[in-house]
Design a binder for this molecule. Structure first.
Ligand code: FAD
Length: 279
């Protein structure tokens, strides 16, 4: 039997985890948890619900964190970001998807997370049980305070993300992306080159080691389209790429492409939007 932790019943990465669980053979049951996030407490609830069953979760930040806590509590090995498994032999994604690791799991009980987008999402018509984590005697959650976004929409929740890469050129260069984002009620994201250069904070980074976004529209400005960046934005319903290099990899992932200098194109889009909005 396998217990699958789902971030929510309709979460795509969690439904991919269900597919991995189904491939193990045997019965599968699904659980989720609602309420204030506390990794070790949530993991304890999952461990208790699993009994002696295998545990599978999505290869999301939260899924991997919970499975790691569960593994520590059970003193068992945990294979994260699994893309394939046959018996005790498995393949998993490492280094942001640049390395495929062949590994052997030295345990009869399997604790696995599914590599994002390595499996098709399962259709799950059965119950997803809601677990109630126990915070123990004397511990009580009194409030859950959302971070102050200064009135701006968060990267993870935004319906539109305007994202910039090295091509933006400088921290100041992001002003034109901010202007476009403000008109679209969008969040501003960026690539790792940008955070490494100190142009934007790490909280703005999209990608394998940043935030995973799934907006209706992702506008990639001056971003080449490295695997580790795409890992963070492949959940977008549509991708508009603006890049000066017609050979840029990002165009292979784009629904809409503009080949040209973003410093001309972004202000031109903003100007057109202002005309349409009459502002
Ligand atoms: C373990 C690991 C984890 C990683 N995690 C992440 C991650 O989470 N997120 C992430 O983004 N990266 C991540 N990376 C880095 C990733 O491999 C790339 O190096 C990075 O995404 C490249 O950023 P970029 O596209 O901004 O820069 P570049 O690859 O340098 O591309 C810049 C692009 O801008 C275009 N350009 C230049 N000037 C203009 C202009 N004026 N107008 C229009 N286009 C222009 C160029 O044609 C080019 O395509 C990770 C790498 C590793 C090894």
């Amino acid at each position: 039997m396998t217990l699958v932790f789902m971030e929510s019943a309709d979460d795509e990465l969690s439904r991919q985890a269900l597919t991995l669980a189904q491939s193990l053979g045997g019965d599968v049951r699904a659980v989720t948890i609602d309420g204030p996030y506390a990794p070790s407490v949530w993991a304890a609830a999952i461990v208790e619900a699993a009994g002696g069953d295998d545990i599978v979760g999505p290869g999301s930040d939260r899924g991997n964190e919970l499975l790691a806590h569960a593994a520590a509590q059970l003193d068992l090995p945990f294979a994260a970001n699994v893309s394939e498994i046959q018996g005790d032999e498995l393949t998993r994604l490492r280094w942001g998807g640049t390395l495929l690791e062949e590994a052997r799991l030295h345990s009869d009980r399997r604790l696995l997370s599914s590599a994002p987008f390595a499996f098709a999402p399962a259709t799950w018509g059965q119950e997803v049980a809601v677990l109630t984590p126990s915070f123990g005697d004397g511990v009580q959650v009194v409030d859950h305070v959302a971070p102050d976004m200064g009135g701006k929409v968060s990267l993870a929740d935004a319906k539109v993300v305007v994202s910039g890469g090295r091509g933006v050129g400088s921290a100041e260069g992001f002003a034109i992306l901010e202007e476009l984002a403000a008109l679209l009620d969008a969040a501003v994201g960026c690539s790792r080159v940008v955070t490494s250069a100190g142009w934007r904070p790490h909280s703005d980074q999209v990608g394998q080691t940043g935030t995973k976004v799934s907006p209706d529209l992702y506008i990639a400005c001056g971003i080449s389209g490295a695997t580790q960046h795409i890992a963070g934005c492949k959940g977008a319903k549509a991708l508009l790429a603006i890049n000066a290099d017609k050979e840029a990899t990002i165009f292979a992932h784009a629904d809409y492409a503009v080949i040209g200098d973003l410093h001309e194109i972004v202000p031109a889009i903003t100007a057109e939007l202002r005309k349409v909005k009459g502002s």
